[in-house]
Design a protein around this ligand. Structure first.
Ligand SMILES: Cc1cc2nc3c(=O)[nH]c(=O)nc-3n(C[C@H](O)[C@H](O)[C@H](O)COP(=O)(O)OP(=O)(O)OC[C@H]3O[C@@H](n4cnc5c(N)ncnc54)[C@H](O)[C@@H]3O)c2cc1C
Length: 387
């Protein structure tokens, strides 16, 4: 591979790809970015940007990207037995609110950043292959067009065709799926600026994000097995029926309601970066949407990649990026795996809910950890020892 990367081809113009394109172009690289869709889709996503994500955009001078979206001031967490924990993002070293974004508008704004900076965008064409030619790569699009570059950045999401082409995508057991719909509230009196997480007795969970008064983003993560016996509509309606809170908010959905499905909600890629290839965002690894940090992680990953390549525009920079990424996300990844275990064990859910419900400060600290207002260890200490 080249001693110095000049030409970069980024595959995928979601948050990770577009943020990388924008920053790397500003750092002086020659950037081409390819996306299979000509305009961003409203994908299967809770569309909640956590406080650390809002804070990151503010610090990059990009406040306008989320400014007009409604704020999320906290979370209501409902345990399998119906214990309801209300929590508000605490004031800390960063902003104490998240945002309910519309992904198609949000992703388009990020794409426009790179375009305005002078990146070349090729939209509406999927990448189908990548070949090595000497010390360069040839990225081949379905249209037959070829892009020659020194560094390939895979930012093509959880199923990452780039990682599949290079053989970096690891096979993991993904026995959970996500179903996603937009549902109106029965009555506007239920509208509030809190996100919601309803955990069910079978280890599934429902996430609610109030985009606006008429549109609640509703996603359910459950076992794949369920789809063998029930349709997506039946699964969603069962979740609504079996919770008195959800039942009071929503009518059951009819055949006309469009349901989107995400067949895999996990990705493992231990390669991350090296030898003229780097991954950013979900393509570099994704655990589960439970804590709603995917967008933030993607944006933060792009910043780490740009910082490292600015210092060393070569494989040493990629090595530094990999190390930084692993170090930064290590604590949170461990914690998120613990959260997964708790969600799947109703007894533990009740224990945690009973602990949090006793004091408002506890609940707020807990949600501060999830929203990255506190670092995991710092937050856990606060949680256990606060008066
Ligand atoms: C059910 C569910 C709920 C979620 N809720 C939240 C939430 O509330 N908050 C949050 O922060 N995160 C959430 N996430 C995670 C979040 O959606 C992702 O982490 C985020 O979208 C990752 O951004 P990305 O840029 O890495 O990938 P993506 O946003 O997936 O972008 C990848 C891009 O690559 C393009 N692409 C794919 N293949 C090709 C190809 N062959 N050629 C060219 N282009 C290609 C796609 O068109 C797409 O534009 C959720 C995920 C799921 C599954």
């Amino acid at each position: 591979m080249k001693d110095r990367f000049n030409r970069i081809c980024i595959i995928g113009a979601g948050p990770a790809g577009s943020m990388s394109a924008y920053l790397l172009k500003k750092s002086g690289f020659d950037v081409v970015i390819v996306d299979k869709y000509s305009t961003p889709k409203r994908k299967v996503c809770g569309e909640y940007l956590c406080p650390s994500g809002v804070d990151l955009l503010n610090k990059q001078g990009l406040k306008f990207i989320v400014e007009d979206f409604r704020r999320v001031s906290g979370m209501k967490i409902v345990s399998p037995m119906g214990r309801s924990v209300l929590s508000f993002f605490p004031e800390g070293r960063i902003i104490n609110y998240g945002a309910s974004v519309n992904r198609s508008i949000f992703d388009q704004r990020l794409r426009d950043l790179g375009k305005n900076e002078g990146c070349k965008y090729i939209e509406g064409h999927a990448v189908t292959n990548i070949q090595q030619e000497g010390s360069s790569w040839i990225v081949i699009l379905e249209s037959g067009e070829k892009v020659l570059c020194d560094l390939v950045i895979g930012a093509d999401g959880i199923n990452s065709p780039t990682a599949q082409i290079f053989g970096h995508k690891e096979l993991i057991n993904t026995n959970r799926i996500a179903l996603h719909v937009y549902i109106p509230l029965k009555d506007r009196k239920f509208y509030s600026r809190l996100g919601q997480m309803h955990i069910t007795k079978d280890g599934s969970y429902v996430g609610l994000n109030p985009i606006n008064e008429n549109e609640i983003n509703f996603s359910i993560v459950c076992s794949k097995e369920k789809l063998k016996h029930m349709s997506g509509r039946e699964i969603i309606n069962e979740a609504i029926r079996s919770s008195h809170i959800l039942r009071s908010y929503f009518d059951e959905i009819d055949n006309e309601t469009k349901i989107s499905t995400a067949g895999s909600i996990k990705n493992k890629n231990s390669f991350i970066a090296g030898d003229g290839v780097a991954y950013v965002g979900d393509s570099a690894g994704f655990i589960d949407p439970l804590t709603g940090e995917g967008i933030y992680n993607s944006l933060q990953g792009a910043i780490f990649l740009n910082d490292a390549l600015q210092k060393s525009p070569n494989n040493l920079g990629l090595k530094a990026y990999k190390e930084q990424k692993i170090k930064f996300f290590r604590e949170k990844n461990i914690l998120n795996n613990v959260f997964q275990l708790i969600i799947k064990t109703p007894f533990l859910c009740e224990l945690v809910a009973s602990f949090l419900i006793v004091r408002q400060k506890r609940a707020d600290t807990f949600i501060g950890i999830i929203g990255n207002i506190y670092k995991p260890l710092e937050g856990i200490k606060k949680l256990l020892f606060q008066s």
